[in-house]
Structures are given as structure tokens and as C-alpha cells.
Design a protein around this ligand. Structure first.
Ligand SMILES: Nc1ncnc2c1ncn2[C@@H]1O[C@H](COP(=O)(O)OP(=O)(O)OP(=O)(O)O)[C@@H](O)[C@H]1O
Length: 245
């Protein structure tokens, strides 16, 4: 589904965090958002997901106003939000249970537990897992949700570099299969280049869009990524506020 954020502003306790933010993601598009720490990226995702209200502006899905929590989004916030009283299988299958499709959710979960390094932990509780394992469980839970738009807030932040790469590849694969719209917040320039059709770079607080960079390729693989020196440099310069020579 097509997502559009129009002139969204938001302030907390008199401090402006987002100022007339405009961005969109076309149906099936993968958009990454990069920006300085604290500039308002999570706030923007919270507004998209309908968890907090913008002061002005609006969020549209296929042209229809979305100003509350809706089934259009599967949202993975920075904190993993696993239920401590549910085991990992039940946590991962949460949306399947909500949508009355538990059997299919369990099948999908079991199919992926090995790849996610969670095999054998189905009956464990979140406090028995490492931070990285909890993050993978939360990511799997979000990805298995059938919503049209995935909102991912630093989903791989707690993972080592190899596991992170594996999760990125898995995300690219399911994206191909399901053709869903994805908005990813990340601090990792390479992750943004590797996964995205378009990278949006935000300014510092109050955040607004500084630049959008379209990433065009038919060969998204790690070898290709290593060669992306110019794009990497361009994004880094924008983030640092270095003017092109
Ligand atoms: N509920 C809230 N009440 C008051 N201030 C808030 C609230 N939520 C966020 N803020 C403030 O808004 C600003 C933006 O926070 P936000 O978490 O959106 O930034 P971010 O870009 O996602 O940060 P990071 O990259 O460090 O995760 C910060 O200064 C934060 O302290």
C-alpha cells in the first residue's frame, strides 16, 4: 500500500521535533530513513503507526487518512516489546493469534526458527534469551504479521555483523515474496544502501528531509554493496553537513 506523510509537525513540551515533514513510500517500495541521533525518526514512525498524534499534517494510506492504530502496519519499535510471560513461540505467533491464523503462524515460525538462531528456544521465555536473540524474535514476529506496511525501527541494532547480514538477506527475500512496503529506520549507511530503493536523509532536530537518494540496481549482493563508495560518501557528507566541493 502507498504511504504518504504530509506536512507533519510534532513537538514535545514546547520543543519542535518534526517540522513540516513530507515523505512517501510507494506500494512495495523499501525506504530507509537515516538521520542524526535524537532528530525524531522514532517519533515519525510512531506517528505513522498512529501511536502518537501529529500537531499538524497527516498520514495517508492509499489516499485515506490514517490517524489511529490500524491493521495496515506491522511495527517493530526499538524496544523489543516481547511479552515476558509468554514463551518465544507464543510471542512470535502473536499476530497469527490475533488474526485467527495461529496454525499458519506456527508453521511459518517453525520454518524460520533455525535461520533466526532460535531453534530449541521455542519454549523459553524472553528473559532467558540474549538481547540479540530477543531482537530476532521481535523481528520475526513483525515480519510474520500480514500487514501491508512494515515499520522497522533499528531492527538489527543489537546483532553482530554476520547475523545482521543474514537478517538483511532474509528481509530482502521475504520482501521479494510478499511485495510489502517497508520503512526502515537505521543508523547504518551500508544497511540503508543494501536494502533500500530510496534512502531519505533527515536533518538534525527539528527534523526535515535533507535529501532523498534513489538506489538503482538489479544486483543487490554484498559484492555490489562493497563497491558503492560514491553513494556511501554522499550520504555520509549529507549527514555530517559537509557541502559538496
Ligand atoms: N514522549 C516524549 N516526550 C517528550 N519528548 C520526547 C518523547 N518522545 C521523544 N521525545 C524527544 O524527541 C526527540 C526525538 O526522539 P526520537 O526518539 O524520535 O529520535 P530518534 O531520531 O529516533 O533518536 P535515535 O536515533 O537516538 O533513536 C528527542 O529529543 C526525545 O527526547
Amino acid at each position: 500500500m502507498k504511504l504518504k506523510v504530509t506536512d507533519v509537525s510534532c513537538s514535545f513540551k514546547g520543543e519542535t521535533i518534526l517540522e513540516k515533514m513530507n515523505m512517501e513510500a510507494a506500494e512495495g517500495e523499501f525506504v530507509s530513513i537515516l538521520g542524526p541521533s535524537g532528530c525524531g525518526k522514532s517519533t515519525l514512525l510512531n506517528i505513522m503507526a498512529g501511536l502518537i498524534k501529529a500537531d499538524t499534517g497527516c498520514v495517508l494510506i492509499d489516499g485515506v487518512l490514517n490517524d489511529r492504530i490500524s491493521g495496515h502496519f506491522a511495527y517493530m519499535p526499538q524496544q523489543d516489546l516481547l511479552f515476558p510471560w509468554k514463551n518465544i513461540m507464543d510471542n512470535v505467533c502473536l499476530y497469527g493469534r490475533i488474526h485467527g491464523d495461529l496454525r499458519n503462524a506456527r508453521e511459518q515460525a517453525l520454518k524460520n526458527f533455525d535461520k533466526f538462531g532460535l531453534a530449541g528456544y521455542e519454549n523459553k521465555y524472553p528473559d532467558e534469551l540474549s538481547g540479540g536473540m530477543r531482537q530476532r524474535a521481535a523481528f520475526l514476529r513483525t515480519a510474520l504479521c500480514k500487514a501491508d506496511i512494515l515499520l522497522l525501527d533499528e531492527p538489527f541494532g543489537a546483532l553482530d555483523v554476520i547475523t545482521r547480514g543474514d537478517m538483511q538477506d532474509w528481509l530482502l527475500d521475504i520482501r521479494k515474496e510478499l511485495g510489502r512496503t517497508i520503512v526502515l529506520v537505521t543508523h547504518d549507511i551500508d544497511e540503508a544502501i543494501y536494502l533500500s530503493d530510496r534512502v531519505i536523509v533527515l536533518s538534525g532536530k527539528p527534523a526535515s528531509v535533507k535529501k532523498e537518494i534513489v538506489i538503482k540496481t538489479n544486483e543487490r549482493n554484498k559484492e555490489w554493496l562493497f563497491e558503492q563508495h560514491e553513494v556511501r560518501k554522499e550520504i555520509y557528507r549529507i549527514l555530517k553537513g559537509i557541502e559538496p566541493k
